[in-house]
Design a binder for this molecule. Structure first.
Ligand code: DAK
Length: 256
């Protein structure tokens, strides 16, 4: 049986593709387990990987939400346990020291939009559509959507989208601050690979620290910045970066 997440490597970039195109890449328990294996259990070999791109298979969706066909079987206790697991997986993605770039083509809805929001960077093709339609199903978001959406676009717009279940297009999502780049249809991977390649050339040590600092913006972030700024002076990468600048050459960061 084909894997629910395809994994390929392009030099220092890992590309993950949610592979359930017939169900618009809906996130069922198998997809969640595979994300858990990669990001929580860290069972995938990521030696030399400096950036990860996450996308959906096919032309229609990044992921059209959690798999609705699994919903009817849950009791409230099971629902809570599943939500807890989803939170742990999405938190692990958000805290992952290797940056994860969501490349959204087509629908990113519900659990799919929440997955994109857990990634460090969100890029989209202009055909992309974002939304949290849980309200139409009679449920609240289960994987962090009510919180991350507010952080990205503010309480007013988040409340509107969550209460109406309306979708927004890629240009609106960019204007609102939900995503940071839009490519013409068919050119999303080109843009994602360009951004990933740029990050891959930086110090992986500093990239990891930068992620932890930005994630700490509402939790002692200034104090953490002072600590990590100081710690930078013990690293070989800082010496390499400064030496490369002074000698007008390209830095080769080792992550040490
Ligand atoms: N789950 C399962 N199958 C899905 C799906 C989904 N989320 N979205 C689409 N599909 C399936 C369709 O059933 C259809 O299957 P077949 O009929 O061909 O077998 C196939 O994908 C193609 O979809 P459509 O025929 O509907 O395609 P259209 O282009 O006409 O429409 C659409 C595209 C995205 C507008 C439409 O498919 C749609 O509205 N999809 C549902 C969107 C949605 O409501 N997503 C769920 C959001 S709620 C929880 C944790 C998390 C959550 C809840 C609980 N717990 C821990 C308990 C989060 C929930 C959500 O994500």
């Amino acid at each position: 049986m084909a894997s629910v997440i395809l994994i390929e490597r392009q030099e220092r970039i890992l590309i993950l593709t949610i592979n359930r195109p017939k169900a618009l890449n809906a996130i069922n328990s198998e997809v969640m387990n595979e994300l858990n294996r990669i990001f929580v259990d860290k069972k995938e070999d990521l030696t030399n990987i400096r950036a990860i791109i996450l996308k959906g298979a096919g032309e229609k969706a990044f992921a059209a939400g959690a798999d609705i066909t699994e919903f009817p079987s849950y009791s409230s206790k099971e629902g809570q346990a599943l939500s807890q697991k989803g939170h742990a997986v999405y938190d692990a993605i958000e805290q992952f020291s290797i940056p994860v770039i969501a490349m959204v083509k087509g629908y990113a809805l519900g659990g799919g939009c929440e997955l994109a929001m857990a990634c460090h960077i969100r890029l989209a093709e202009d055909c992309a559509r974002f939304g949290q339609p849980e309200i139409n199903l009679g449920v609240v978001p289960g994987y962090g959507g009510s919180q991350r959406l507010v952080r990205y676009i503010g309480k007013s717009k988040a409340m509107h989208l969550l209460l109406t279940g309306d979708m927004i297009d890629a240009n609106t999502a960019e204007m609102m601050g939900l995503i940071s780049g839009v490519a013409p249809s068919g050119q999303g991977m080109e843009l994602a690979l360009k951004v990933a390649g740029k990050i891959a050339s930086k110090s992986p040590l500093v990239v990891g620290r930068m992620i932890s600092l930005v994630n700490a913006y509402d939790n002692n972030g200034f104090k953490k910045e002072i600590e990590l700024f100081g710690a930078s002076f013990d690293s070989e990468d800082l010496k390499e970066g400064v030496d490369a600048f002074l000698n007008k050459r390209k830095a080769e960061f080792k992550g040490k």
